[in-house]
Ligand binder design. Structure first.
Ligand code: SF4
Length: 694
C-alpha cells in the first residue's frame, strides 16, 4: 500500500484495468492519491476489489511518465522536447504532407480500449471527419472482435447478455477459454460464491484453471481440449443436446428463426459432429462431453462465460456463434442466471467497440454503408463520410509494407509489443513516414514514432468506461493531467490543426453528441449517470434506466439466428519440427503488456514470464524446474525459464506476455480469425529445447 498520510477527501471513479469495471473511492491528500478503496456503491463490484485496482495505481505518477511532447524527423534521431503547440503542428503538417503525396486513404489511426468512451469516439471522429476515411481500428481487434461479429450475427447485438449479479441465479456455469481468477478476479469471487452455494461447474480449457480448485465443488467437469479445437468441442456439445432431445423446444419454436434452426439442426445432428467422432480432434473423452452437455442443458439456469481462449483463434467468430447456438438451443437466454457472457479483457473494450472504432461501423454498430445512419453523422459532423469500410490493423500493416499506407496515429496501445508476429509489425512501422504515438510511457511502439504526445491516466481525466456487462461507469478526474492535457483534448487539438474544427469544453458534451447519434445511448448523459450511478445500455425511450438483461422478449434481429459452425482445423498444428502447442494467458498481479503493473509494487510478485510445461514433455527434453528453454516457432524464437506444471496437458505449453523481454509475441504467428482478423494468439506450434542461460 502506498501510504502518504491521512486522506483529506475522496472521489469515486472506475478501475482502469479489466472489464469488470470496479468502482473505487480515490482517497486524496491534495492532488495525491493516498489509497484506492473499493466503493460499496459500485454496482459491478459491490465493495470488492483485486490487487490490481486496489494497489497498482502508482504508475500514474511513476518517474517514467512522459510529461513533455517530443518530435523527431526520423526514427534514428534523438527526441526533441517541444511545446504542445509545436508537437501538434508538426504532427498535422506530416499528416497533411502524407495525404497530399499518397492520397486520403494513406493515413489511419488506432483507438484504445484503455481510454474513455468519449476519447475513443473523438479518435474515430478525427479519422472519419478530419482524415476523411474509415481507416480506424481498435485494440479490440486483437481480443474480442469475434465477440462483436459472432453475437451480432446470432443474437443481433455485439454485447454480453447479463449483469454480473445475475450469476446469483445460475445453476450451471460453463466456462470456456477463460481464467477468471487471474483475469477478472472480482467476478471470479462471485462465481466462487455461487459454486460454494451448489452451482455446477464445467470448464473447457487446455489448462486446469484455478476455478476448478474452488473448495467444496460439486462434480465439476473439466474438458481439457487441445488448443485450436474449440469449435469441434462446442459442436459435439450441441450434437449431444440435439441427438438426446435435450433442447428447449418451446423456446426454439417461439424465439428462434425457423429456417436457420432447421438448417442448423440438420448440420449439428450429423454423426461427424458427435463427441465420439470429435474425440480424436479435441482429445476430450466423449463420455465427459456427453455428461457436460446433459448438465448444461438440464440446468434450470445455464450460463456461459468465455474469454480470449474463445476469440483468439482462426475460428474465433465461429466459436462465438457456436456458444450462442448452445444458449439458443437450450433456451438459456433472456432471464436471470443464464446467457452468453464474454469476459472482456480491458477496462473499456466494450466501450471502444460501442464507440465506432471498427472500420466498418459508426458508433452504436451502425454500418458505414447504412445511408440513413451515415447521413445522420454527416449532418452532425458537417462532412461527407466514406461509405466503404476502411483498413483493419493487420491490413494497415500489410498496406504499410506494400507502400500504400504511410501514417498512423496510435492512442494508448503498444502495438509493437501486444500484436502478434513482432517482426512483421516492426517492419510495417518502420515503413511509415509518420507515426504519432499518444501514450503515458515511451513504449515499444514509440521506438518507431516521429511524434510522441503525452497521454493521461484514468486518474487525470473525466469520462466514462463501459464494462463487460454493458455498464457505463463514470471516470472522474482526481488529479490534474501531468502533461497538462487530457487525452480527448489532444485529439481535439490535432483535429483543429488539421482544419477540422472540434469544440468541446468538457467530456459531458462529447457524451451528449454520442447520445444524439447513437440510438442505444440516446438516454445517456452525465446527469443521468449521476442520478442512477451507472447505466447498462441500451438506454433510450423504451429503456430509460438501461437494460440489465438483454433479449428478454425478442432479439434486435427479431428471432435468434442459429449459425452453421463447421469445424476447420487451424494451420497451427503440431508437426515434427514444432511438436508442441503454445497457448498464452495472464496472471493475477500483472496486466497485459505490463506497462502499468510493472511500474507498481505488483512487479515484486511476478517479475518474469515463464514457460509452463507438463512433466512428461519436460522429462522428454531433460528439463528441470527453472532451466532455460529456447522456444521456436515458424515466426521467431525466444528464451524463457521452465516451470514444470501438472496444470498443463502433455503436448501443450503456456506462457504470459507481461514483460517486454519475454518475446511471447515474437513467436506468435499472424494466423487470424477468418471473419475479423483477430490474431490466433492461443495456438502456436513450437519446439522447446533446453539452452544455456541467455
Ligand atoms: Fe480492477 Fe478488474 Fe481488479 Fe476490479 S477485478 S479491481 S476492475 S482489475
Amino acid at each position: 500500500v502506498i501510504e502518504m498520510g491521512q486522506p483529506e477527501h475522496s472521489i469515486v471513479t472506475t478501475c482502469a484495468y479489466c472489464g469488470v469495471g470496479c468502482s473505487f473511492k480515490a482517497e486524496m491528500k491534495g492532488d495525491q492519491v493516498v489509497r484506492m478503496v473499493p466503493y460499496k456503491g459500485g454496482e459491478a463490484n459491490q465493495g470488492h476489489s483485486c490487487v490490481k485496482g486496489r494497489f497498482a495505481f502508482g504508475y500514474a505518477t511513476h518517474k517514467d511518465r512522459i510529461k513533455t511532447p517530443m518530435i523527431r524527423d526520423n526514427i534514428d534521431e534523438q527526441w526533441r522536447e517541444v511545446s504542445w503547440e509545436d508537437a501538434i503542428g508538426f504532427a498535422a503538417k506530416r499528416l497533411k504532407e502524407v495525404q497530399a503525396k499518397y492520397g486520403r486513404e494513406s493515413v489511419g489511426g488506432i483507438t484504445s480500449s484503455r481510454c474513455t468512451n468519449e476519447e475513443t469516439y473523438l479518435v474515430q471522429k478525427l479519422i472519419r471527419a478530419a482524415f476523411g476515411n474509415n481507416n480506424t481500428d481498435t485494440c479490440a481487434r486483437v481480443c474480442h472482435s469475434p465477440t462483436g461479429y459472432g453475437l451480432k450475427t446470432t443474437l443481433g447485438e455485439s454485447a454480453g447478455t447479463q449483469t454480473f449479479d445475475s450469476i446469483r441465479h445460475t445453476d450451471t456455469m460453463l466456462v470456456i477459454g477463460a481464467n477468471p481468477t487471474d483475469a477478472h478476479p472480482v467476478f471470479a469471487s462471485m462465481m466462487r460464491r455461487r459454486l460454494r452455494e451448489g452451482a455446477q461447474l464445467i470448464v473447457a480449457d487446455p489448462r486446469k484453471i484455478d476455478l476448478l480448485k474452488t473448495p467444496h465443488l460439486k462434480d465439476a467437469i473439466h474438458l481439457p481440449l487441445r488448443p485450436g479445437t474449440n469449435v469441434a468441442l462446442v459442436n459435439s456439445l450441441a450434437h449431444t443436446i440435439m441427438s438426446e432431445g435435450l433442447e428447449d423446444k418451446a423456446f426454439i419454436a417461439s424465439r428462434c428463426d425457423d429456417k436457420a434452426f432447421l438448417k442448423w439442426q440438420a448440420f449439428i445432428r450429423e454423426e461427424r459432429n458427435s463427441p465420439e467422432a470429435m474425440q480424436s480432434i479435441t482429445g476430450v473423452d466423449a463420455g465427459d462431453v456427453r455428461r457436460a452437455a446433459r448438465v448444461y442443458a438440464n440446468a434450470g439456469n445455464g450460463a456461459i462465460f468465455y474469454g480470449l481462449g474463445v476469440t483468439e483463434h482462426s475460428q474465433g467468430s465461429t466459436m462465438v456463434m457456436g456458444i450462442a447456438n448452445l444458449a439458443l438451443a437450450t433456451g438459456n437466454i433472456g432471464r436471470e442466471g443464464v446467457g452468453v457472457n464474454p469476459l472482456r479483457g480491458q477496462n473499456n473494450v466494450q466501450g471502444s467497440c460501442d464507440m465506432g472504432s471498427f472500420p466498418h461501423e459508426l458508433p452504436g454498430y451502425q454500418h458505414v454503408a447504412d445511408d440513413e445512419a451515415r447521413g445522420r453523422f454527416e449532418a452532425a459532423w458537417g462532412v461527407k463520410l466514406d461509405d466503404e469500410p476502411g483498413l483493419r490493423i493487420p491490413n494497415m500493416f500489410d498496406a504499410a509494407l506494400a507502400g500504400s499506407f504511410k501514417a498512423l496515429y496510435v492512442q494508448g496501445e503498444d502495438i509493437a509489443q501486444s500484436d502478434p508476429n513482432t517482426q512483421h509489425v516492426e517492419a510495417a512501422l518502420k515503413a511509415l513516414d509518420c507515426v504519432i504515438v499518444q501514450d503515458i510511457f515511451l513504449n515499444e511502439t514509440a521506438k518507431f514514432a516521429h511524434v510522441l504526445l503525452p497521454g493521461s491516466t484514468f486518474l487525470e481525466k473525466n469520462g466514462t468506461f463501459t464494462n463487460a456487462e454493458r455498464r457505463i461507469n463514470r471516470v472522474r478526474k482526481v488529479m490534474p493531467p501531468l502533461a497538462g492535457k487530457e487525452d480527448w483534448e489532444v485529439t481535439v487539438a490535432l483535429s483543429n490543426a488539421l482544419g477540422y474544427e472540434m469544440n468541446y469544453s468538457h467530456p459531458s458534451e462529447i457524451m451528449d453528441e454520442i447520445a444524439s447519434l447513437t440510438p442505444s445511448f440516446s438516454g445517456v448523459s452525465y446527469d443521468r449517470l449521476e442520478e442512477l450511478g451507472s447505466i447498462q445500455w441500451p438506454c433510450n425511450e423504451q429503456h430509460p434506466e438501461g437494460m440489465p438483461i438483454m433479449h428478454v422478449e425478442d432479439f434486435p434481429i427479431g428471432k435468434g439466428n442459429l449459425a452453421i459452425t463447421e469445424y476447420v482445423a487451424t494451420d497451427e498444428r503440431a508437426t515434427r519440427r514444432f511438436p508442441l502447442l503454445l497457448t498464452t494467458g495472464r496472471i493475477l498481479s500483472q496486466y497485459n503488456v505490463g506497462a502499468q503493473t510493472r511500474r507498481t509494487e505488483n512487479q515484486t510478485w511476478h517479475d518474469e514470464d515463464v514457460l509452463e510445461i507438463h512433466p512428461h514433455d519436460a522429462e522428454e527434453r531433460g528439463v528441470n524446474q527453472g532451466d532455460w528453454l529456447g522456444i521456436s516457432s515458424r515466426a521467431g524464437q525466444t528464451v524463457l525459464r521452465a516451470v514444470i506444471s501438472q496444470r498443463m496437458q502433455p503436448g501443450v505449453v503456456y506462457t504470459t506476455f507481461h514483460h517486454p523481454g519475454s518475446g511471447a509475441n515474437v513467436i506468435t504467428t499472424d494466423s487470424s480469425d477468418w471473419a475479423t482478423n483477430c490474431p490466433e494468439y492461443k495456438v502456436t506450434a513450437v519446439q522447446v529445447e533446453k539452452v544455456t542461460q541467455p
